[in-house]
Structure formats: structure tokens, C-alpha cells
Design a protein around this ligand. Structure first.
Ligand SMILES: Nc1nc2c(c(=O)[nH]1)N[C@H]1C(S)=C(S)[C@@H](COP(=O)(O)O)O[C@H]1N2
Ligand SMILES: [Mo]
Length: 375
């Protein structure tokens, strides 16, 4: 490959000051994305020592929206960062162990970050073109990135400190800005503008006022039966509906069994709760049905019981889920029969589904026909 002639690289746009400024933006975005991602991971895979509260009810909607927006915004920031430093990436490495380790850590950092952002973005499009389990891979890569980032920051610390503040006297004298046609300020504005645009056009899938400009959002939050999107249809899940002999069972200290009409005749409660999909879209809705804690009481179990939720859907990742004690006891948690004023559509989980506060959409199990109190 023929590389650009070295003098090009003395452009002020490839100066460490630019790398520092864009690095700060990228670093902040990545930290926000990492923390919200950890939260999402632990909600889905809760270690026994970790207490997860069921409130605020909308927390997950916010954190996962921020996770997907920050991950998407990180793409133009990473590209900008790579562009400012690329002359360095192609420079001949010194044959010096410390320098080689530094280069290696950058290689790990750049490749793991590119892969992480790519699979995450592709996942928001509901496209899973790889054979590995997404969430575990995404999680492992996140820790690799954190490790490589810490090495990178440690190595670059002197350079970062020297360029943290704007110091005009440190600008390379060699080239006036006009020769590149773009000033540093112009570059910063372009990158910040691109990042903002990407952020705004993604945010609409969870922040409804921005819905009309959500051109990057794969799903519009208000399009779907009953004003709510559907991630997996009943047909895709192999669920065809129910016959007249359908029964809903609760397995606990006592075993309960209800027909659909009997469920409808139990005390009905209402909750206004969002579906907040891990893929970033979310939409609030009004639900009506039987409180899970009421069902626990009816079967003689304590209100704070762990509950296994079983769907009529066979196999796959979504057929069952668990409600930790905190969520089963929450009065907002329902075995929902109605959505936005009418009976659940088959695609939304007819005849019954779980809806709980502060929970990833994947755990809001549809087509539920059994609850089991976990001893
Ligand atoms: N049984 C079952 N429940 C499920 C799913 C599924 O595929 N099967 N998808 C989950 C996902 S990923 C989301 S985001 C929500 C979406 O609910 P909705 O289709 O009613 O909007 O349902 C969840 N419940
Ligand atoms: Mo989802």
C-alpha cells in the first residue's frame, strides 16, 4: 500500500491535541455505554449477591436507551479518532519491547472496539448473523476493551496531560491550517455535529418526541398492533392461540388452575409500564390484569417469592423467565390480560403475559400459561 507522504502528517489535525479532545469525547461515550451495558447484563443474569430494585419503573427504559444511543454515537467518534491518529498506526514500530506492547494494546483496543460496536449495532437491527451467543460475547468484549483502554490511557498519560488544555504555542508551526482546508475547530465541529446527528436520529426509538426524526432507529415505537411494536410474532414463536380447554396454572404451596374467564374474574389491576427492548426501542403502554403478588397470596406463597414464568412457546431463549422476589412482590407486576384498553393481541402475548417495572423486554414473557413458585 502506498502511504501518503510524511509531510501531510504534520497537519495540525493529526496533532495529539486533536487526539486528546476527540479521545475525551469517545472515552466518555464508551464509559457511559459500558456502565449502562453492565446494568443491562446484570438485570438479565443476576448474580445472587446483587440486589436489583424494581423501581424506578422506567429506569431500564432510560439506561438501555442511553446504552444504544451512546454505542451508536461512538461509531463516528471512533472513526474520527482513528483518522486523527492513523499516521501513527502506519509508522514503522521501534524495535523496543515497551513500544511493541503499546502497539499491541492499541491493536487489541481498536479491533475489539470496532467488533463490539459493529455487533451491537447489527443487533439493534435485529440481525444475528453470527453463530456465537450475542450477549455473552458482547459482555466479554466489553471487559477486553476496558483492559486495553486502561493500558492505553496509562501509556498515553504524559501526552494526554500535555494536551489536556488548549495551548496555542504547542501547535506545530510547520503547516498553516489553510493548507488542509479544515481548521481544528472546523474538525471538532464536524465530528461533534456528526455524533449529535447520529444520536438524535437514533434516540427517537425510545424518546417519543424525537420519533419523527428517528431515521437511524430500526423501529418506530408506536407502530404495531395496539400501538406497540412486536419483536417476535406468535407465528415466529410457533404459538397459534388457545382452545376452549386452555388452563392457567400456578404451582406453589397450593396448586391453582383457572380458565381464561376465571382469570378475568379475579381482581384486575392496572399498571402503566413500558416495554423496553434490549435492542434500544421502548414504548410506554397501559396494562390490565392480575397482580402476580395476588396470585402468590392465593396459592399460599409469601409475597416475596421467586417466580418462574413459563410460556406456551416451546424452546428458545424466551420460553421461560424468572421474577426475582423484589419484582414478584411489586404491585405493578401483572399477569396482563389487556393492553391499551383492549384484550391482548396474539402477537403481544394473548391470552396472558408478564409485565413488570424496570425490566428488559426479553424478560417480559408472552403467552404465559404457568407460574411456578421457586422454593
Ligand atoms: N414467549 C416470548 N416472550 C417474549 C418474546 C418472545 O420471543 N417469546 N420476546 C421478548 C422481547 S425481546 C420483547 S422486547 C418483548 C416485546 O413485547 P411485544 O412484542 O408485546 O412488544 O417481548 C418479550 N417476550
Ligand atoms: Mo426485546
Amino acid at each position: 500500500m502506498k502511504l501518503p507522504a510524511p509531510p501531510t502528517f504534520s497537519s495540525p489535525l493529526h496533532h495529539p491535541r486533536v487526539a486528546t479532545v476527540i479521545g475525551r469525547w469517545l472515552g466518555t461515550t464508551v464509559v457511559v455505554c459500558f456502565l449502562t451495558g453492565l446494568y443491562s447484563h446484570f438485570l438479565q443474569d443476576t448474580p445472587s449477591w446483587l440486589p436489583v430494585p424494581s423501581r424506578p419503573a422506567n429506569l431500564y427504559r432510560v439506561t438501555q436507551g442511553v446504552h444504544v444511543i451512546s454505542g451508536t454515537v461512538a461509531v463516528p467518534l471512533l472513526l474520527a479518532k482513528l483518522w486523527t491518529v492513523y499516521p501513527k498506526l502506519f509508522a514503522k514500530p521501534d524495535l523496543n519491547l515497551a513500544k511493541l506492547i503499546e502497539r499491541l494494546s492499541i491493536l487489541v483496543l481498536v479491533s475489539s472496539m470496532a467488533l463490539e460496536l459493529f455487533i451491537g449495532f447489527v443487533n439493534t437491527l435485529q440481525w444475528y448473523p453470527w453463530p456465537f451467543p450475542f450477549r455473552q460475547t458482547h459482555y466479554a468484549l466489553a471487559w477486553i476493551i476496558v483492559g486495553a483502554l486502561l493500558v492505553h490511557l496509562a501509556v498515553k498519560l504524559p501526552l494526554i496531560r500535555a494536551n489536556w488544555r488548549r495551548t496555542p504555542e504547542r501547535r506545530p508551526e510547520s503547516l498553516p491550517a489553510e493548507t488542509t482546508g479544515l481548521t481544528r475547530r472546523g474538525l471538532f465541529r464536524t465530528v461533534a455535529g456528526a455524533a449529535t446527528l447520529v444520536g438524535i436520529t437514533t434516540a427517537g426509538q425510545s424518546a417519543t418526541p424525537l420519533g419523527s426524526v428517528a431515521v437511524l432507529a430500526p423501529r418506530k415505537p408506536n407502530i404495531g398492533p395496539q400501538g406497540l411494536p412486536v419483536n417476535r410474532t406468535a407465528e415466529a414463536a410457533g404459538v397459534t392461540g388457545i382452545g376452549a380447554d386452555w388452563r392457567f396454572t400456578v404451582v406453589g404451596p397450593r396448586q391453582l388452575s383457572y380458565s381464561l374467564d376465571e382469570l378475568r374474574n379475579l381482581t384486575q389491576s392496572r399498571s402503566a409500564l413500558p416495554i423496553a427492548c434490549v435492542e434500544g426501542w421502548s414504548q410506554g403502554a397501559r396494562w390490565e390484569g392480575v397482580r402476580v403478588r395476588d396470585l402468590l397470596e392465593l396459592c399460599g406463597a409469601p409475597a416475596r417469592s421467586r417466580v418462574r414464568v413459563v410460556s406456551m412457546e416451546k424452546g428458545g431463549f424466551y420460553g421461560t423467565s424468572e421474577l426475582p422476589e423484589e419484582f414478584a412482590a411489586d404491585p405493578l407486576t401483572l399477569l396482563a390480560l389487556r393492553l391499551n384498553g383492549v384484550e391482548l393481541a396474539l402477537d403481544h402475548g394473548f391470552p396472558a403475559r408478564i409485565i413488570a417495572p424496570n425490566r428488559p423486554g426479553v424478560l417480559q414473557t408472552k403467552w404465559v400459561h404457568r407460574l411456578e413458585v421457586v422454593a
